[in-house]
Design a protein around this ligand. Structure first.
Ligand SMILES: Cc1ncc(COP(=O)(O)O)c(C=O)c1O
Length: 284
């Protein structure tokens, strides 16, 4: 990151703010958001990841400027978003823990909520809590496209079996696929990152095709991150782009030559000691 990208635009505005304080430059965040939305191809929507900032005011800023809806990582984040008026929330995780399932149901009592599955046990748990709480969930089958985290294989029987079982449920709705290709979020070289992303794109297209062949429509294919934004319009397998960091940015992504998203989050501090050897701040 260059000095200009780091610099706070106006320190005058911050006079009198008690320190230490985390400060968001909202204008910059809004500009970053508009830049991200402008990267999308027709047919793609931005479904920003809430875990990048965990701030409902920023989620509403994203929703007011072109994001159709949001995703989050934990069920508590889903509850908070639902209580703050976000009407459509995707939890980008399998939910297994009883307390987390109860939170998912609480969020689904207020908003439209979806979660991921990659095994029959996830379906059974979602169905049971949905019936008990009198709610319904959207469900996405997670596929494994190189991240080596969760997800069923693109060529697995489980892919079709899970989608079929969701579609047959009276309390679950088959929303589509989660194909998180985050393995490239550490690849600084744009060429290598794009090439690896195209491999995931083909795997994801193949999974969609396998479901369509057996008559299952796939309305949503969610995935991708800030690292994909420079070429996301070429990644035609995905409909919902769940980038998160682009809004406030971080120093890791600051080293990526093709990501022009200035930092919008700062830690405001006061110098409490100054000597020829050192400067000490009140930031702990
Ligand atoms: C499942 C999932 N989706 C989206 C993101 C957003 O990625 P980024 O903050 O790099 O845009 C992450 C980040 O870790 C993630 O785990």
């Amino acid at each position: 990151m260059t000095e200009t990208r780091r610099a706070l635009p106006s320190l005058d505005l911050l006079a009198g703010v008690p320190t230490p304080a985390l400060v968001v430059d909202v204008d910059r965040a809004r500009q970053n958001h508009r830049r991200a939305v402008a990267c999308l191809a027709p047919g793609q929507v931005l479904r920003p990841h809430f875990k990048a900032h965990k701030c409902t005011a920023l989620a509403h800023l994203q929703l007011a400027h072109g994001a159709t809806t949001v995703c989050c990582q934990t069920t508590w984040e889903a509850v908070v978003l639902a209580r703050q008026g976000v009407s459509d929330i995707m939890v980008t995780n399998q939910v297994v823990d009883p307390a987390a399932l109860a939170e998912l149901a609480a969020a689904a009592g207020i908003a439209s909520v979806s979660a991921l599955v990659d095994a029959p046990v996830h379906l059974a748990l979602l169905e049971a809590i949905a019936r008990r709480a009198g709610v319904s969930f959207g469900v996405l089958v997670e596929i494994e496209v190189g991240m080596n985290r969760c997800g069923v294989g693109v060529e697995s029987d489980a892919l079709v079996e899970l989608a079929t079982a969701i579609a047959a449920s009276d309390v679950l709705r088959f929303d589509g696929l989660q194909s998180y290709n985050g393995q490239v979020t550490g690849v600084i070289d744009p060429v290598a990152r794009r090439e690896a992303s195209i491999v995931s794109n083909e795997l994801t297209r193949r999974a969609v095709e396998r479901l369509r062949v057996v008559g299952i429509d796939v309305p949503i294919v969610a995935g991708c991150a800030t690292a994909h934004l420079p070429f996301v319009d070429e990644l035609d397998a995905w409909t919902d782009i769940q980038a998160g960091s682009y809004l406030l940015m971080d120093t890791t992504y600051g080293a990526f030559p093709d990501l022009d998203y200035p930092g919008a989050l700062f830690c405001l501090a006061t110098v409490i000691h100054r000597s020829p050897e050192r400067i000490v701040l009140d930031v702990g």
